[in-house]
Design a binder for this molecule. Structure first.
Ligand SMILES: NC(=O)c1ccc[n+]([C@@H]2O[C@H](COP(=O)([O-])OP(=O)(O)OC[C@H]3O[C@@H](n4cnc5c(N)ncnc54)[C@H](O)[C@@H]3O)[C@@H](O)[C@H]2O)c1
Length: 335
């Protein structure tokens, strides 16, 4: 296949960045069709990028003019469109979270297994970030002994008014839930979410900061600070404490500013800058794999386990107790 003809459903913020990276910077694919429930806006986006507009996303997924599908709608509708792509036998990339509830992720796995081949990649782009890959290599090199503890921070300078307390786990910490499982190569046994003293910069629906503690099956203790409305920068930190040393994500290597009697090291202002290259590598990997007839990266199983953990974390936050994460048997299909 020379060039994959892609249909994208959900022409909001990240949907448009994926259209721009595919049509402007990456190789092997072109977004030729798009759909959005907001039809006036969707048509305008289609016109801007030279795409055919479909009022119905499921019809887009089934169209003969579309080889592969990207789902970037709001979370609640991921399942419907991912299932439409799977039923049409097409490769599909779905932004994280795969679906808000584990049961919906399970329905997606069942549809994929019933079709007999893997078709879905979930948008956990941190797995394609160069620094996380270096960290994983270091942790598994054996040079530092076994990992014992992990300290992380997910700090976001500001959020829109609709961002609320559950979103800290379900939309932000879902990234740590996935990447730390991938980094350590272990599933989680328990989770606890506690509230720190609330910052005056939170809105009335948001308690921030929150701290999530995870314990892996072998006993590694992880703490992740979700400091939404931290004001100062978009700052992602991860430090792995091992028996013989400590390895951590580097601070971004931006220019160092010596000025007015200070030496400053600028940080990123938001996630789009921090993970721009990871998104490019991720979508290029999806294009390459889809053209070669395989799936690269996080699967429906990873999306499902992420939601099982997020649901337990939300339960812990709501009850202020430690919650055991039920052990899940991985279907042979996803081994
Ligand atoms: N990987 C990441 O780091 C990352 C970053 C941002 C967003 N996301 C995910 O991407 C998705 C979209 O986020 P966003 O920030 O672009 O949101 P957004 O609100 O800007 O865009 C969502 C779009 O979906 C459309 N939509 C809603 N319901 C629909 C339906 N039933 N059918 C078709 N279209 C529908 C909306 O009209 C809107 O244009 C979310 O699932 C979000 O969690 C992932």
């Amino acid at each position: 296949m020379d060039e994959l003809r892609i249909g994208l459903i959900g022409t909001g913020a990240i949907g448009r960045t994926h259209i721009e990276r595919i049509n402007g910077r990456l190789r092997g694919g072109r977004v030729v069709a798009c759909s959005d429930v907001n039809t006036a806006f969707g048509r305008e986006v289609a016109g801007r990028y030279g795409c055919e507009f479909f009022e119905d996303g499921e019809a887009l997924a089934a169209s003969d003019g579309v080889d592969a599908v990207i789902v970037t709608t709001v979370d609640e509708y991921h399942e419907k469109y991912v299932l439409a792509a799977i039923h049409a036998g097409k490769y599909v990339f779905c932004e994280k979270p795969l679906a808000p509830k584990p049961e919906a992720c399970r329905r997606i796995m069942e549809a994929e297994m019933a079709g007999g081949r893997k078709l879905l990649q979930v948008g956990f782009m941190r797995r394609y970030d160069a620094a996380y890959n270096q960290l994983k290599k270091a942790v598994h090199s054996g040079k530092y002994g076994l990992p014992l503890m992990v300290h992380c921070a997910h700090r976001v300078p500001s959020v829109p008014d609709y961002y609320d307390t559950p979103m800290a786990v379900e939309n932000s910490l879902i990234h740590e839930i996935d990447i730390l499982r991938w980094l350590l190569g272990e599933d989680y046994a328990e989770v606890q979410v506690v509230f720190a003293k609330k910052t005056r910069y939170s809105n009335e629906h948001l308690h921030s900061p929150q701290i999530m503690r995870l314990k892996t099956e072998s006993g590694i203790q992880i703490d992740v600070e979700a400091f939404i409305c931290c004001r100062y920068a978009y700052d992602i930190k991860c430090e792995v404490c091992c028996e013989d040393g400590i390895v951590s994500l580097p601070d971004p290597s931006l220019v160092v500013e010596r000025h007015a009697a200070s030496c400053a090291h600028p940080l990123y202002e938001d996630w789009t800058d921090r993970f721009e290259e990871a998104y490019n590598v991720e979508i290029q990997a999806w294009l390459d794999a889809s053209r070669e007839g395989r799936v690269d990266g996080p699967t429906a199983w990873d999306g499902y386990l992420g939601q099982v953990t997020a649901q337990a974390a939300s339960q812990s936050r709501d009850t202020q107790t430690t919650v055991t994460i039920p052990r899940q048997e991985k279907p042979a299909f996803y081994l």
